[in-house]
Design a protein around this ligand. Structure first.
Ligand SMILES: [Zn+2]
Length: 338
């Protein structure tokens, strides 16, 4: 009996050793990497992205381009490359495209993208999106857009940092992840529409979009607590996506998920009002994380000082654990609804 046990132990130790080189590591628990997301890093980046220097990041403006350069610097510093098949971090969008629907004389602009290649299913791609443009300068006042959508911008950069650390330690996502900062949102969701019409990776291989637009503040409905987020769209195309959001939140984050704006009859129609919609309309399961509107929405006082950094951090972590599940789960989320 004893001898047999020893033999079994030796055999199992040997099989573990071979397993490490041939079978991918267990990615069931994101805890170690969700903790790579740090409030102080989100805050530091957001104070820069939403600073007066970026002049409100209007589409195609000097300030937006400056913000874009800063974002790319963060990716380089964190060791996150631009996508396979692209020649740099930019997806150029010509002015003619931006002005085709309604001519506002917008100059050329760019989406910005970064990428982590999947270890097992590299051809299947999860998109994590947030717009980095805002509304610029009006009557001499700079509209900093810290919440809209500086908050989503820094969340996406920070998530890429955490996934990169996981990959360096042998726990890279099994599917590929495209970190997509779209332009032209405030003028009509142009950047995400351009991407969806000119995708770097086939739409058919795009398994889901997690879109983050405004996650650093609270609305009057939640005056007593910032421990919530509105979840919009998750169940419109895929029960799997909805279930993943619910399960990952319950397991790791424990935040109130508010579905009020997911009601198709809600008069605000937020489902149609941010960038995930350009993925959803192509049949890609999409979820929009959002804190709701507040007094400074599209106002000159949407500034970095007014962000609730604890809420921004917790919601970024929620987006991360959802992304972790989608990138690592056995099967991509099934589209089972029309
Ligand atoms: Zn926005």
């Amino acid at each position: 009996m004893k001898k047999l046990l020893i033999l079994l132990l030796v055999a199992s130790a040997y099989s573990c050793k071979t397993a490490q080189s041939t079978v991918s590591k267990d990615n069931s628990d994101p805890t170690k990497y969700v903790n790579v997301i740090k409030e102080k890093d989100l805050k530091k980046m957001l104070y820069i992205i939403a600073s007066d220097e970026m002049e409100g990041r209007d589409t195609g403006s000097k300030g937006q381009k400056k913000a874009g350069k800063y974002m790319i610097e963060q990716y380089k510093k964190n060791g996150v490359s631009f996508p396979k098949g692209a020649s740099d971090y930019y997806q150029a969008i010509p002015a003619s495209y931006l002005n085709a629907k309604r001519n506002k004389n917008l100059p050329d602009s760019e989406n910005i993208w970064a990428f982590i290649e999947g270890t097992e299913k590299p051809d299947e791609v999860l998109v994590i999106s947030a717009h980095y443009d805002h509304i610029g300068i009006k009557n001499g006042e700079i509209y900093n857009g810290a919440d809209d959508d500086g908050s989503g911008t820094v969340a996406v950069i920070e998530m890429a940092k955490a996934f990169t650390k996981a990959k360096k330690q042998g726990h890279g996502p099994k599917r590929s992840i495209l970190f997509l900062h779209v332009t032209g949102e405030e003028h009509g969701l142009h950047g995400s529409r351009f991407y969806s019409e000119n995708p770097l990776f086939p739409i058919a291989n795009t398994i889901a979009d997690i879109n983050i637009d405004m996650i650093g503040r609270r609305d009057v409905e939640h005056a007593n607590s910032n421990n919530y987020v509105y979840v919009i769209g998750a169940d419109r195309l895929s029960s799997d996506l909805h279930n993943a959001v619910v399960a990952q939140n319950e397991k790791y984050i424990k935040m109130d998920l508010d579905y009020k704006f997911n009601n198709p009859k809600d008069p605000n129609h937020f489902y149609e009002r941010s960038d995930h919609y350009n993925f959803a309309k192509h049949g890609i399961p999409s979820v929009f994380l959002f804190n709701g509107v507040h007094a400074d929405y599209h106002g000159k006082d949407d500034t970095a000082e007014k962000i609730e950094y604890d809420a921004l951090t917790k919601r970024t972590k929620l987006a991360f654990v959802i992304a972790w599940d989608l990138a690592n789960r056995e099967n991509r989320p099934v589209v089972d609804k029309k």
